[in-house]
Design a protein around this ligand. Sequence first.
Ligand code: AMP
Ligand code: MG
Length: 319
Amino acid sequence: MRVGLDLDFAAAVLGRGRLVALPTETVYGLGADATNDEAVARLYAAKGRPTFNPLIAHVKDVEAAGALVEVDARAQALMERFWPGPLTLVLPRRAGCEVSLLASAGLSTLAIRAPAHPFMQGVLKTFGRPIVAPSANLSGRVSPTCAEHVRQDFGDACADLEYVVDGGDCALGIESTVVSIDDDGVRLLRPGAVTRAALQTVVKLVDGFVNGPDDALGHASPGLSRSHYAPSLPVRLNAREARPFEALLAFGDVDPTGFAEVFWLSREGSLVEAAARLFQGLRRLDHAPLLGIAVSTIPEEGLGEAIVDRLRRAAADRD
Ligand code: AMP
Ligand code: MG
């Protein structure tokens, strides 16, 4: 991996679907092209998380956000007051939103933020597309606030992380505040650099977190929330033989004979490709007159763990 401060090189690496560690005013982010499913899958693989946590899409400004999500009056007011800056808004994805469904972990919402850091702003302008950038640490490690932390976590072991931008120490060093905005109101999902009191000068907050915190930093766990996308058809894992009117999410060297419809997650058995195509596949097969979605066996190693975790939830979210 290279270390430096070259805007055009950073944008070029992102354009090739590879990863760049980027400084923001909160913490260092592991950046990928938000519109490229495979780049997002590589990012999840690099982080080594056993589940797909939805990611924050970083954009230049309010206008760029408006192309991706529904911005109502409350969202507009918060953006005008706190952007660019450490406030993330979870908003409904617009029809035709170009951000990968994998980045939303299959949810119908997208977390979005305009960062203030001048290098990050520069990359967003040069690259011209939204960038997903979760904290640039391995799962379970603390968030990095300088380039050296990123190098300590990833070393040279992660081939997809081609460039670490050294933009000095992060000004804030704690993550962005995350709020969701929907019919229930504006809700604090994760405390962060923008305080509750500051938010309340602009909007009324409804009490409490949506979900219990799921880690030391109090990150909410949207994977458990009721709004999580689950197909309406039943999902059956480790399927071998077809049942009547069943579709197959196929992986690797399997024989799809007998299934009413087939969507290949990856013919070559690539977990990166399978992750990239997972949510598209679930949506594609979730229709009448099909009666169920069968899934071939997927190895629970590396990214496979997150893929199978997501499929298990889809299979369990029945009742
Ligand atoms: P990080 O980028 O690592 O600082 O973490 C992103 C945070 O945003 C996590 O707490 C996610 O759970 C949260 N988040 C991202 N997208 C969504 C979403 N669509 N709904 C709810 N929370 C989200
Ligand atoms: Mg993090």
